[in-house]
Design a protein around this ligand. Structure first.
Ligand SMILES: [Zn+2]
Length: 387
């Protein structure tokens, strides 16, 4: 129930229109009014304001019609793609990537500049400044930064980045702000992926609103979406599935503990086990893929997948979620790996006895996720900061 001051009511209505366009563009003014439950007059006024602000743009396209009806050409609306007001930065363990992004772009990641992430804050700042030369312009209003580890997004600090140690001693918002000279917002990297899954157009037309996303890469992390929103816990810590211990695992983890499941299934962990299996040191991820192609999922790999499946199934059981989305490096391996993991996850989920439990691979939509968060926090902020 919105009983607010007119200004906050208008902001709320604007946000509702923008959200509707994120989900189903292009749309006509009439479609939008219907979708958000406003009168056509009210929706029309808001659309005019959004057009004037350059957040929305008009395109000529036949209006979608029901079966058998003739399409009538009309002015359709979508979020603006002609300007790119965001500078998206992915600060990754191995690489840092940059791209300019418009408000209305929701597709697979496409980064324009990449550099190797150095091992100190000062070197990173220097390289970021260099990389910005090719991508910055006056159009940019904000920097959206995806960061690994345990992130206090509100304070702009990284509390713990096991795979990138210098991060926990800097205020990243200030550091990026000094280079870019624009407003900067941080998003934990796995949460960015969950925002992305919510924002992109699903290939099968089924819009996802509830899922647990698990990302495999240099680390292992998770983020959940509930009711179409990325879940936010009371602590600056969530989705840390990778640091669940596995009984009998003696590997040392970057977080300081011993036995975390991440050490078995992240890139380094998989390569360590594979190297031991074949008795070679210099193995690559491509070698591992080829080995699996030839010999299938061997016992060591099956064990690792089953350990991580136990942690994933436990999270899904606790949250009451029937869909698990797997992104990242496991998708680079033969399909048999994902099949093995999916089956093990489903076997561990109680919901399979009452309904359909789904676990599948998907691309990473980090850039789309950063843009979606940028719209929420910078273009259309509401009074509650976290959404
Ligand atoms: Zn750990």
């Amino acid at each position: 129930m919105m009983i607010g001051r007119p200004a906050s009511l208008r902001r709320y209505n604007k946000r509702a229109i923008v959200r509707a366009l994120m989900r189903s563009a292009p749309a006509s003014r009439a479609d939008l009014a219907k979708q958000v439950g406003m009168s056509q007059v009210t929706a029309g006024k808001i659309v005019d304001e959004l057009l004037a602000e350059g957040i929305v743009e008009e395109i000529d396209q036949p209006a979608p019609t029901g079966a058998g009806k003739l399409g009538r050409p009309g002015r359709m609306l979508r979020l603006s793609t002609s300007r790119a007001p965001f500078l998206a930065i992915q600060l990754g363990t191995s690489n840092t990537r940059l791209a300019r992004a418009p408000i209305g772009s929701y597709s697979e990641d496409q980064w324009t500049v990449t550099f190797q992430t150095p091992d100190s804050a000062s070197a990173w700042k220097r390289q970021l400044k260099e990389a910005c030369r090719g991508v910055m312009s006056d159009e940019v209003v904000a920097a959206l930064v995806s960061v690994p580890g345990v992130v206090d997004e509100r304070a702009g600090r990284v509390l713990l980045a096991p795979n990138l140690r210098w991060l926990d001693s800097v205020n990243l918002i200030e550091l990026v702000g000094e280079v870019i000279g624009r407003r900067t917002t941080l998003l934990q990297e796995i949460r960015a992926l969950a925002y992305g899954q919510l924002a992109v157009d699903p290939p099968d037309g089924e819009r996802l609103s509830d899922f647990l996303l698990v990302d495999f890469g240099d680390g292992l992390g998770a983020a959940a979406a509930v009711g179409g929103k990325v879940y936010v816990g009371p602590l600056a810590l969530n989705g840390e599935l990778g640091h669940t211990p596995v009984v009998g695992n003696r590997r040392r983890c970057g977080c300081g503990s011993v036995g975390c499941v991440e050490t078995l299934v992240n890139r380094a962990g998989l390569l360590e086990s594979f190297a031991a299996e074949v008795g070679r040191k210099d193995v690559t991820f491509a070698d591992l893929a080829e080995h699996i192609d030839r010999y299938g999922v061997r016992r060591w790999l099956a064990d690792a997948l089953e350990h991580v499946a136990t942690a994933i199934a436990a999270a899904a059981n606790v949250m009451g979620i029937d869909r698990v989305i797997i992104t990242g490096s496991l998708n680079e391996l033969p399909a048999s790996v994902m099949e093995h993991l999916s089956q093990a996850v489903i076997n561990g989920c109680l919901w399979r006895r009452f309904g359909k439990m789904i676990c599948h691979g998907a691309p990473r939509y980090r850039l789309a996720g950063l843009v979606a968060a940028g719209i929420d926090r910078i273009v259309m902020p509401v009074e509650s900061w976290e959404v």
